[in-house]
Write a protein that binds this ligand. Structure first.
Ligand code: GUN
Length: 301
């Protein structure tokens, strides 16, 4: 039987509708709307396209959305002063600096400069530290890992007691996701595979859940998948361009890190690319921005 496709678009639409309703209620009661600033440095087409999706989603929810586009050669000092400006702006509850940044800018300095209360990406060490410790005063969860958990829960995947393998140890996905999955509330047994792993096959073959976030297509061989396993594909590899039927403009052709056609014949559940993890990441960013306003209004612990 072919794998059940976990439809990230459908699941994210449902969550976005909930966020929109909550935003409307808060606006009625407190006359405040969530505010998000997106800061894009340079013109990397992939980054520009992600940011424009984030802006579009924020607008569709009626959030305040501020776009800052900075030249490729902007100095680190100038970028830090823009962040400072929005740290001090009471109408802004989320500050997102799209990564990666040009090489002359120190990413760590930029992440550290964001007020942790407005760090809706959950990249600041204070926020990520709380996630790692599994503390109950976590403000935000990182968007892609949080989206993956929502997808699995919506699809009814059994996480408790599952053997989960994560391929990729990035700060954005692999590391936080591993920590979130081993929390008592999720209770998975997690193995993180990376470029130094000697025998990926042996780990994958045992896994009930495989999350592939390697940034490299076909890193997971179909013959390594245990029949019935849940495969979550975080990859977004741009493999070409096509003309959009909707807009008539060129758009990127995206492929995941998994051979979807082949893997679907063995897996029990699988996420597509596009339409799987991607929309959930953006949805979780909106949720974090709403939460940030709710914390400020004292509506959350
Ligand atoms: N670059 C790739 N993914 C992300 C993300 O989730 N947030 C930001 N800020 N940059 C990214």
């Amino acid at each position: 039987m072919p794998a059940t496709i976990i439809n990230g678009l459908e699941i994210s639409e449902k969550i976005l509708a909930e966020i929109k309703n909550e935003k409307i209620e808060i606006e009625k009661k407190y006359n405040k709307v969530p505010g998000l600033v997106t800061i894009l440095v340079g013109n990397n087409p992939a980054s520009a396209s992600y940011v424009s999706l984030k802006i579009k989603t924020a607008n569709s929810l009626g959030f305040k959305e501020v776009q800052v586009n900075l030249e490729d050669n902007v100095s680190e000092k100038e970028l830090l002063s823009v962040i400072e400006q929005y740290n001090d702006d009471d109408s802004i509850h989320g500050i997102l600096v799209q990564l990666p940044l040009p090489k002359h800018i120190n990413e760590k300095n930029v992440i550290y400069a964001i007020n942790p209360d407005k760090d809706v990406d959950c990249f600041h060490p204070l926020n990520i530290g709380k996630v790692v410790l599994g503390q109950d005063d976590v403000n935000f969860f990182p968007c892609t890992p949080a989206g993956i958990l929502e997808l699995m829960k919506a699809a009814g995947i059994k996480i408790n007691g599952a053997d989960a393998v994560i391929i990729g140890r990035s700060n954005i996905v692999g590391k936080p996701l591993a920590n979130m999955l081993i929390k008592k509330s999720e209770n998975a047994t997690v193995t993180v595979l990376h470029t130094g792993t000697k025998d990926m096959e042996s780990y994958c073959k045992k896994a009930d859940i495989i999350i592939v976030a390697a940034g490299s297509p076909k890193v997971l061989k179909t013959e390594w998948i245990k029949p019935g396993a849940c495969i979550i594909d975080v990859g977004t590899n741009r493999v070409g361009e096509k003309i959009s039927k909707k807009t008539g403009k060129p758009i990127a052709i995206l492929k995941g890190d998994v051979d979807f056609e082949e893997a679907s014949k063995v897996a029990g559940y699988i996420t597509p690319v596009p339409g799987g993890v991607g929309p959930m990441t953006i949805t979780m960013l909106m949720k974090n921005t709403l939460y940030s306003l709710k914390y400020k209004l004292g509506l959350m612990q």
